[in-house]
Ligand binder design. Sequence first.
Ligand code: APR
Length: 328
Amino acid sequence: MPLEIIRNDITKVKADAIVNAANSSLLGGGGVDGAIHLAAGPELLEECRGLGGCRVGEAKITKGYNLPAKYVIHTVGPIWQGGNNNEEQLLIDCYKNSLELAREYQLETIAFPLISAGAYGYPKDKALRTAISVIGDFLLENDMAIFIVVYDKNAVMLSEKLFKSIKEYIDDNYIDEQPKYRRNIYEEAQMHLMEDLYTPVKKQGKRSLDDIINNLDETFTEMLLRLIHEKSMKESEVYKKANVDRKHFSKIRNDVNYNPKKTTALAFAIALKLNLDETKDLLLKAGYALSRSNKFDLIIEYFIESKNYDIFEINEALYAFHQKTLRE
Ligand code: APR
């Protein structure tokens, strides 16, 4: 999965490089900086002394010494002063320049902390959104496994507004007790299909009757490739937007009967910007259904209904509601 938000102490992450939220002296400090220097040992400080500091938004690389990571990329984030002092651009530069260095050193994995979101006071949800959008753009053009390492358990990462509206959607739609007679997923999915077959009027966004009849025996892979073609999208664009790596996609592409995990099928539905009915169809091909008694499904439904297909924002939301993220 090209981008993953994980909860860990970054000094424990075994990536090719971990990124240090340093200050311009590069001579250590508290927070991430302190933890990295402590874990790496005194040789790291020795090497940093020779770097002559680092400007805000810039990045410099050293070895990792006693850290599990081979390298440390030191970058200096902006101090938050209310948002009108070019803070966002400087933060963007931190991620861009660190990723540039990682690419130059041909690294395959890199882990970021939430730069500036600690002592430098950058609001966590804004810091995360910036990190995700810069990394997301980078991943459209580059193959790398990138981690955003969140340290404090209750880092509020979603804007309060979005958090509240998802919570309302869940409260309005969640069926918390299992219905007495619980249709199994096949029945649930077949019900959805039958409902379509007998829906007299073609509602906005519903597929036509012959669409359904003609594609009844289509496999997941066939439907996925058909939709990519119908939406005249490039395959690489779709699997990158679905946050699926190239190797995994070719496995799907080359196996007409490939059976994906539910989260992978949903990630493709999001990448293809399918509406709710098309999403249910695609899930059905893989033997899944969306369920009202599953918060994960409701959050996905919320985003599809609101036509918000930003997979990183969806993962942030899933993460904030302690659900697994859309991953392989
Ligand atoms: N692993 C992962 N994330 C961590 C860790 C850790 N071990 N320790 C702290 N964090 C998180 C914080 O919770 C925060 O969300 O990293 C984010 C960045 O916090 P800081 O380390 O305070 O970095 P920053 O806000 O960029 O301030 C940099 O603080 O430590 C000094 O020398 C540093 O002067 C510089 C300033």
